[in-house]
Design a protein around this ligand. Structure first.
Ligand code: FAD
Length: 436
């Protein structure tokens, strides 16, 4: 049996950050303490290594308020993360890594990556920081259970046990299970008395019950609106959408996947639609198409669709930066609106014009029956936020237990927000764990 002051379970972004912060905080307070980190993989930072396609989109440009606004769409999550994002901001994170020689570049879209183009440079920097912080690291050590024994925690791995004064649970979410995230921490938190919101995928591709036509696979719709409906409820987001051989993906599908997964969990499935003209209401689109039809009566509707801009603003079907409606999708629009190939605007009956308008505003993409949890870049759900103090990351249920990272019930957008959230909540947990 080994005794330690602070024991951290999970050596991902949150656990690493917690360990470094705990040492700094202890030194600041002049406290001597042992810090132990248990990680089930053979090395720390497995997910950091694969993040951003191996390039590690480590954070995002902006103030903490801007990051929260852009990266977290649900108000309760924004509120919960606020303190942590101010306590350990993106500049704090980048300064920490710069202290180990890692330099960064910001992309035009605000994403921040190491200049090396290698996620491993970030992990190596953290490994050095962990060593400098005298953190006792145990790899290939999968924690089986955590129990409260009087004033201490008893933490058991396969071939050893530890007693600890403080425990920080940083075991991540439940997606990409091959990286070590199989939900152990959720079971541990539940056994200790925490409520767990069931997990759904976020930032995942969406599979449709019937695969899209093969000719659409790889086709993207720029700046369309993706709408998902089930049980009288509807969710919508705007962005680029990609058809895949199993359904849809691309930024807008990834972003809305969590909402779609929730609709599927509640109602069994969700109907998906694309709106090619999200800037215009049905009535505005009708008015504009009518004007166009009067001016260009001899033009074939098919030709119009093939040269029509994606997501145009009022008054201009041709001028947008989003390209035109992809040619490959035009036959499907025509078929859905029951318009023959050679029909011109002047020969298009009113009912068919109206059917075309509803098709363009609500083009069916299929029925989502499943958003694969394991393929989510993150998982939503986890330890209920109300049971964790957002100013310290300490459990409101078990004193001296801290929880941080993706284990908690939040999920950010693509752009470096999830790693920043893990680093920020981890930093806060470590800082306060050393004080408790
Ligand atoms: C493919 C992919 C790409 C991504 N790209 C980005 C990106 O570019 N930018 C971004 O911001 N976010 C990205 N993310 C999301 C981001 O990586 C995670 O949100 C973040 O790493 C979560 O950090 P964490 O420390 O909470 O959890 P994790 O990094 O998952 O770490 C948890 C650790 O706990 C360990 N563990 C679990 N159970 C036990 C146990 N019983 N005992 C001991 N150890 C245990 C696990 O092995 C794991 O190492 C990506 C995710 C994936 C899957």
């Amino acid at each position: 049996m080994t005794h330690t002051t602070i024991l951290i379970i999970g050596g991902g972004a949150a656990g690493i950050s917690a360990a470094i912060a705990a040492r700094r905080s202890a030194e600041h307070l002049g406290k001597s303490c042992t810090i132990t980190l248990l990680e089930r993989n053979a090395r720390p930072g497995t997910k950091i290594r694969i993040s951003g396609g191996g390039k590690c989109n480590v954070t995002h440009r902006g103030t903490p308020a801007e990051l929260l606004d852009k990266g977290f769409l649900r108000l309760n999550e924004k509120r919960f993360l606020r303190h942590a994002f101010y306590a350990f901001s993106n500049s704090n994170l980048l300064d920490l890594l710069r202290s180990r020689g890692v330099e960064f570049a910001e992309r035009a879209d605000g994403k921040v990556f190491p200049i090396s183009g290698e996620a491993s440079s970030v992990v190596v920097a953290f490994e050095e920081l962990l060593r400098k912080s005298s953190v006792q690291q145990h790899f290939s050590s999968r924690v089986r259970s955590v129990e409260r024994k009087g004033e201490l925690f008893l933490v058991t791995v396969a071939d050893a046990s530890f007693t600890a004064e403080v425990v920080i649970l940083a075991t991540g979410g439940v997606s990409y299970s091959r990286t070590g995230t199989t939900g152990d921490g959720l079971a541990i938190a539940r056994a200790l008395g925490h409520s767990i919101k069931s997990s759904v995928a976020a930032l995942a591709p969406v599979y449709t019950q019937k695969a899209p036509p093969a000719s659409l696979s790889g086709i993207s719709l720029r700046s369309a609106a993706l709408v998902a409906s089930a049980g009288g409820r509807s969710v919508e987001r705007r962005g680029d959408l990609l058809f895949t051989h199993r359904g849809i993906s691309g930024p807008v599908a990834l972003s809305l996947s969590r909402d779609i997964a929730e609709l599927c969990t509640e109602f069994g499935s969700a109907s998906l639609f694309a709106d090619f003209f999200p800037e215009l209401s049905l009535a505005e689109l009708e008015e504009q198409l009518l004007l166009h039809a009067r001016k260009s009566g001899a033009q074939m509707v098919r030709k119009f669709l093939q040269s029509c801009a994606m997501a145009p603003h009022r008054g201009a079907f041709t001028e947008t930066p989003h390209g035109t409606i992809p040619t490959a999708i035009v036959p499907f629009l025509m078929h859905h609106a029951t318009i023959e190939n050679l029909v011109t605007w002047s020969s298009l009956p009113k009912e068919k014009r109206q059917l075309l308008i509803t098709t363009l505003k609500r083009f069916p993409l299929g029925t989502a029956g499943n958003v694969p949890l394991d393929q989510g870049e993150v998982s939503a759900g986890g330890v209920v936020l109300g049971e964790v103090n957002p100013k310290t990351m300490q459990s409101r249920i078990i004193p001296k237990l801290f929880l941080c990272g993706e284990l908690l019930d939040y999920a950010g957008e693509i752009g470096g927000f999830n790693l920043q959230a893990a680093f920020s909540t981890g930093w806060m947990a470590g800082s306060y764990a050393a004080c408790s």
